[in-house]
Design a protein around this ligand. Sequence first.
Ligand SMILES: [Zn+2]
Length: 173
Amino acid sequence: MKTGHFLTTLLLVTALAGPAGAAPAPQPSESTARPSWSWPLSPRPAVVRPFDPPPEPWLSGHRGADLQAAADGAPVTSPADGVVSFVGVVVDRPVITVDHGGGLRSSFEPVRSTLHQGDPVTQGQELGVLEPGHCGQLPCVHWGVRRGEEYVDPLPFIMDLRPSVLLPLEGPP
Ligand SMILES: [Zn+2]
């Protein structure tokens, strides 16, 4: 009897505390997961071709996002702090990879770099210069992000994805 009453009270308290306690929870978790990376090109690039992962790992797809550059030879910058983990040519394309820690790595191609494996880089630091060819005539950089060995969409890591056309041009006085 007593135990039953206690349990009922406990359930009631839990039920009452549940919604109230759960309501503010999304707020902190959203802010801790807030993206903090910056665009690897300036001015802010257009996305020429989005991330389009293949349905199966062995099929073809687009394992990164293509960003339009102002011109070939444009500087490509690190979207976040990290350490250069690879600089070299893959097949016929110059590639630089930055390890951001936490299992996350960014790769950029075709980018010619004078950095070396092990070099620390900071957010916004120039990694190298864009070479032509990834988007035909259009100057563009291919940005791939891996979490572990899995390719993920780079764009959610960017801190501000609001379309620039929606930014207020003239606010109320
Ligand atoms: Zn691409």
